[in-house]
Design a protein around this ligand. Sequence first.
Ligand SMILES: Cc1cc2nc3c(=O)[nH]c(=O)nc-3n(C[C@H](O)[C@H](O)[C@H](O)COP(=O)(O)OP(=O)(O)OC[C@H]3O[C@@H](n4cnc5c(N)ncnc54)[C@H](O)[C@@H]3O)c2cc1C
Length: 402
Amino acid sequence: METLYDVAIVGAGASGLICALECARGGKKTILLEKDTLPARKILVSGNGRCNLTNRHVSPACYHADPKLIESALSHFSFEDCWKYFENLGVLLTEQEQGRVFPATGKATAVADALKVALKEAGAELSTGQEVTHIKHAKPNFILTTKQGLNVHAKNVVLACGSCAYPQVTGTNSGYDLAKMLGHTLIPPLPVLSGLCLKETALARLSGIKCQARTTACTTPPEQAEGELIFTNYGINGPAALNISQAVSRALAKGPVPVEINFFPQLQNPLDFLKARLNTLGQRKPKDFFAGILHESIANLLIDFVGLHKQIPVQQQPMQRAFQTLVAWPVTVTAMRPWKEAMVAAGGVKTREINYNTFESLVCPGVFITGELLDVDGKSGGLNLHFAWASGFTAAQALKGK
Ligand SMILES: Cc1cc2nc3c(=O)[nH]c(=O)nc-3n(C[C@H](O)[C@H](O)[C@H](O)COP(=O)(O)OP(=O)(O)OC[C@H]3O[C@@H](n4cnc5c(N)ncnc54)[C@H](O)[C@@H]3O)c2cc1C
């Protein structure tokens, strides 16, 4: 006779693993189906292999999502809950700049291994190399069929398939297809947390240079980000680019997006500062005037860009345009980098179609949808993993009560 599982979870990524662990700990007969030969592959590549698993400053404001959904997820699994949860799993954690939390070993394997060990101890079944391609609601139960020919019967299903971002490491459309099969609506996915391609090819001269900057995407409403900015041969990357990428990616549907770069994010009044510097160091030639406050290559580009005379002291030249450019250097984003460079997908299953307290589908009760498969995307810094844990954990609490 076929085994009837209480819960069948599709996808052994962050949200599927925590959900399976909690369901099994709650005494539910649980199976976790994973298409890849290994579980937790995106966890392993996250944070450059260091896994930035949560952030002290997690709040609804960090996400592009209905704030009520995030509030609900955080009320079930807050920053403190997350910290305690992983410590109880045996992972020593460390908090770094801007509230980012990593395993103290500096290795994502610490997080993935802890989840795998606990999953085994709790008695959940993990079946890898099984890609679910069909889910049939044979009321009251569900039958999940895999590409490899397995049929799994379950009372409840959790779709924790992640998004189509980063296809070289498990990213797939498969979860979207399954959700649509069950009657859900899809908000078209867009690549986010990826580099931004710029029209201004002259900036490729700065390729490889890193600096601190504040970026402003001139979208409605405008979106700002501050932090490290990395110039590349195609445009810009780094946190100051990634954290405006959500607004930019959405706005690109209507055409190129203007962005301004402020090279003095730490100063309240950079224009006053530059004017004061002009009074004290005005006898210097442009390159020497900017030495000490600006990377040499950025200064050289600025000098060419605004047409300053290289051999004439700055006090004998009109400097207003140069100063203005440094606090709002205009660039134009023409495209996002391709999916294989996007860490996250914006868009996904419409969140209005799930119960915010349980993550159960309102369209197909008995089905739960968690993690990045939903139309939720967070800024960089541990927020996307936090949502994956929080939603998987919350769904498991509801499943335990069933
Ligand atoms: C390079 C990179 C770095 C990142 N760094 C960070 C970071 O430091 N901090 C952070 O917060 N976020 C980071 N993220 C984002 C974060 O990894 C994801 O948001 C998170 O993993 C989403 O969790 P999930 O459980 O929803 O999906 P995933 O972790 O993607 O897991 C989904 C799983 O489902 C499986 N699957 C899909 N379809 C099927 C199917 N039909 N049948 C069976 N199995 C299926 C997939 O193979 C996959 O294993 C990063 C992402 C990338 C790509």
